[in-house]
Design a protein around this ligand. Structure first.
Ligand SMILES: NC(=O)c1ccc[n+]([C@@H]2O[C@H](COP(=O)([O-])OP(=O)(O)OC[C@H]3O[C@@H](n4cnc5c(N)ncnc54)[C@H](O)[C@@H]3O)[C@@H](O)[C@H]2O)c1
Length: 319
C-alpha cells in the first residue's frame, strides 16, 4: 500500500497508519468515549512516519489518557486487532468445550465458570457458555489469522486457531443434535419456536448468528420453524430467503402449539415472559432448550417444562 501510494511523481508523500477499532455493537459509543486502549501503528523509524503517528494520536489525546494510546509498528497494530478477537472467541470456545464435558458428567458449567473466573489471572468476563458465538468479526478475524499463519508456513499455529472456529461449529451442531435426540429422535412435522435470531442481544444483526445454522439443521430434519425476535426478523427473512419458515413478533403466538422452544439470543424480554401462559398453549411434553442459560430453570420445571440447558444437568419432569 505504501509503495503504491508513493509511486507517483507529483511530489505528494503518503504515510500509511493502522488504527484498528475495538467497538462492539450495542456499546460502540461508550467504547469510543472510554476505550480500553487506542492502537496506532505506523513507521516509527522515520521522522515523517512518527509525525503522521503523532498527528493522529493528538486527535485521540483530546479525550483519551496518554497511557491508553499505544504507538506501534503497522504489523503489531494489525495483528493486535486479530489477536484480541481471537483470544475473546477462544475464551467462548474454551468454556463451550467444557460445557460439553459438564453435560456428560454431573458438573454445572455456570459453577465452573464462576470458580475459574474468580482467579484474577483468568478473570470473569466472556465466560458464558452458549449455543455459539456469532457476529461479523470473530470468525472473520480468526480466519484472517489462520490465513496469515498458513502464508508464513506456520501450519501448527494455523491449526491451533482454526480449532476455535471448529469448536464453535461443534457447539451449535451439538445443541441441535442433543435437542433432536431428546425429542425422541425426530422433529419432523414438530413446530419449534426459536426465541431470538440476532447473534447477541440488543441488536438486529444476524451475521454469523448461530440461529442461522440451527434453523438450517431443523429444516433438514423437516421441523416447522417459527422465529421470534424483537429486532432481527427483517434480517432473518433475508438470511433464510426461500426457506419454509414463519415469523412472529409476539413470542406468545410463536410458542403456540410448539413442541419446543429454543432460546438462541439472550434478550431480556425472554426472561420476563409468562411461561405458565406459554406452557398451557404448547404441545406436551413441552421442551425448552435454553441455548443461553438465561431462564429460571427451576421455575420452568415447576410449571411442567422439560428443561435443557447448555452445560447443566437437565431437569426432566416425569409428572
Ligand atoms: N461489530 C463490529 O462492527 C466491529 C467492528 C470492528 C471491531 N469489532 C471488534 O470485534 C469484537 C466483537 O464485537 P461484536 O460486535 O461482534 O460483539 P461482542 O464482542 O459483544 O460479541 C461477540 C460474540 O461474543 C458473545 N459474547 C458476548 N459476551 C459474552 C460473554 N460474556 N460470554 C460469552 N460470550 C459472549 C456474543 O454472544 C457474540 O456471539 C469487539 O470486541 C470489537 O473489538 C467489532
Amino acid at each position: 500500500m505504501n509503495r503504491i501510494l508513493n509511486s507517483g511523481d507529483d511530489g505528494y508523500e503518503f504515510q500509511v497508519l493502522s488504527n484498528p477499532e475495538f467497538l462492539a455493537e450495542g456499546t460502540a459509543i461508550s467504547d469510543l468515549e472510554i476505550p480500553d486502549r487506542v492502537l496506532i501503528g505506523g513507521n516509527l523509524e522515520t521522522e515523517k512516519g512518527r509525525k503522521a503517528i503523532e498527528t493522529l494520536a493528538d486527535v485521540y489525546r483530546n479525550w483519551v489518557p496518554e497511557e491508553k494510546i499505544l504507538l506501534t509498528n503497522v504489523w503489531s497494530a494489525e495483528l493486535s486487532k486479530l489477536t484480541a478477537n481471537a483470544f475473546l472467541a477462544q475464551r467462548i470456545s474454551s468454556i463451550n468445550s467444557i460445557s460439553a464435558l459438564c453435560e456428560k458428567t454431573d458438573a454445572d458449567v455456570g459453577e465452573v465458570a464462576r470458580a475459574i473466573g474468580l482467579d484474577s489471572r483468568i478473570g470473569a468476563r466472556f465466560l458464558n457458555a452458549s449455543v455459539g458465538f456469532g457476529g461479523s468479526c470473530f470468525k472473520k478475524d480468526i480466519l484472517n489469522l489462520v490465513y496469515l499463519c498458513k502464508y508464513y508456513g506456520l501450519e501448527e499455529v494455523a491449526d491451533y486457531w482454526y480449532q476455535v472456529v471448529k469448536m464453535n461449529d461443534f457447539q451449535t451442531r451439538r445443541f441441535v443434535t442433543n435437542a433432536i435426540h431428546t425429542m425422541f429422535n425426530t422433529v419432523a412435522s414438530k413446530r419449534i419456536a426459536l426465541f431470538g435470531f440476532a447473534f447477541k442481544a440488543n441488536t438486529g444483526d444476524t451475521r454469523e448468528s448461530p440461529a442461522i445454522y440451527v434453523t438450517r439443521m431443523l429444516l433438514e430434519e423437516r421441523a416447522e420453524v417459527v422465529i421470534t425476535d424483537p429486532k432481527a426478523i427483517a434480517n432473518a427473512k433475508q438470511d433464510l430467503e426461500g426457506q419454509d419458515v414463519s415469523y412472529e413478533m409476539d413470542p406468545y403466538k410463536a410458542a403456540e402449539n410448539c413442541h419446543a422452544i429454543f432460546v438462541l439470543t439472550e434478550w431480556d424480554q425472554f426472561k420476563n415472559l409468562d411461561y405458565e401462559r406459554i406452557y398451557t398453549k404448547m404441545a406436551k411434553p413441552a421442551f425448552i432448550f435454553d441455548g443461553r442459560n438465561i431462564l429460571d430453570r427451576e421455575k420452568l420445571s415447576e410449571i411442567g417444562f422439560q428443561v435443557y440447558n447448555i452445560g447443566k444437568p437437565p431437569i426432566i419432569n416425569l409428572s
